[in-house]
Design a protein around this ligand. Sequence first.
Ligand SMILES: *Cc1c(COP(=O)(O)O)cnc(C)c1O
Length: 365
Amino acid sequence: MTPDQLLTAPDTALPTLRGAVAGLPSYVPGRRSAGADIAALASNESHYEPLPAAITAVAEAAGRMNRYPDMAAVELRERIARHLGVTAGEVAVGPGSVGVLQQIITGLCDAGDEVIFAWRSFEAYPILVELAGARPIRIPLDHVEGHDLDAMAAAVTERTRVILLCTPNNPTGVPISHDRIEAFLGAVRSDILVVIDEAYVEYAEAGSGPDSLALYREYPNVCILRTFSKAYGLAGLRVGYAVAAPAIAEGLRRTALPFSVSALAQKAAVASLDAREEMEARVAAVRQERSRMAAQLEAQGWKLQPSQGNFLWIRAGEDLLSRLMNAFDAAGVMVRAYRGDGVRITVADAASNDRVLRLLEAHAA
Ligand SMILES: *Cc1c(COP(=O)(O)O)cnc(C)c1O
C-alpha cells in the first residue's frame, strides 16, 4: 500500500488488547457493603476506623492536594526504616503492597520468565505475573493448608526470577515457620528474589512465622513486603512497602508510576507508625475474637487449621460451598467464596462474628 492508501483504507478492525491482557482473570473484589445490616467480612479490612492520628494527618494534608506529593516519599521511607532498623535506601513504597509487587514483577521479569507461588494464595499474584508477560507457576498447598516449600524449590528452573511466599497465607491463614524458610533460602539460587508477603504479619502470634528481617540480613535476595491496608486500617488510601537490598529497592523506586503514593497516604502512614501501640491494642482484640471463633467452630464440628491472619478459612467443596454462600447471602453477611476450594471469613467485631458463628452452626458436620 502507498502511504495515501494507508490513510484512506477502510478499516473496521477495532484495537485489540495484548494476548496477556485479554486472557487475564479479573480480580474479584470483595463485595461492597450496601446497608446498615450488612456485615462486610469479604476483604480482610480492619473493621476499626483509621487511627485518630491518621485521620488528623489526612485532614491537615487535604488543603495541599493541588501539589504533587513527594515522589521519593523521603519522610515515610525514613520513618519505615527507623521502625524496622534498616536504611531508607532499602525501602521502596507503592500504592498498596499490590502496587509494590507489580513494581517487583515488572522490574525483574522479562516475557517468559517464571514466578513461583503457592496455590491457593493471594488472587493478585497470577494477575500481576501474567500482566508482565511472565509465567505463573502454581504449587498446590500441602495437606495442612500451608506452603509446600520442597515442591516449590523443586519447581525452580533457569527461568525462575521471583518466588512469592505468603505468610500467614491468604486465604488459609497458615504461616510458614522461620526454620522452613531459612532452609528454603539455603536451597534456592541467590539470583532469585524471594518475596515474603507479610500483609497480615501484625495479626500473627510472635514466633509463628518468620523473623523476616533476620532472614533478609542473612540472605540479600529476600524482599519483605508489607502494607498499611490491613492492621493499620488504611486500605482505602493505598500505601505499602518493600524492604530489599539497596540496588533492588532503588530499581523498584525507578519502576514505580510517578507520584502513585499520595501525600495523604504518606502522611497517614507516618502518623500510623507513630501510633503503633493503639494499632496493637486493636490487633489484640481481633486475635482474641479469632481464638473465640476458632474454639466455637471446633466445638460445632468444623475442622480448621489455626489461622494467624484476621480471617478464618473453611475448606468446602462445591456442595457445601453453595449451601454456605446461600446462607451467608440471605443473612447479609458478605464473605469470600473460592469456587471448589472454600470460604474465607474476616474476623471483625463481636456482633458480626456472632452472626457468622450462628450461621455456621446450622451447617456443621
Ligand atoms: C491484602 C493483601 C495485600 C495488600 O494489599 P494492598 O495493596 O496493600 O492493599 C498483599 N498481600 C496479601 C496476601 C493480601 O492479602
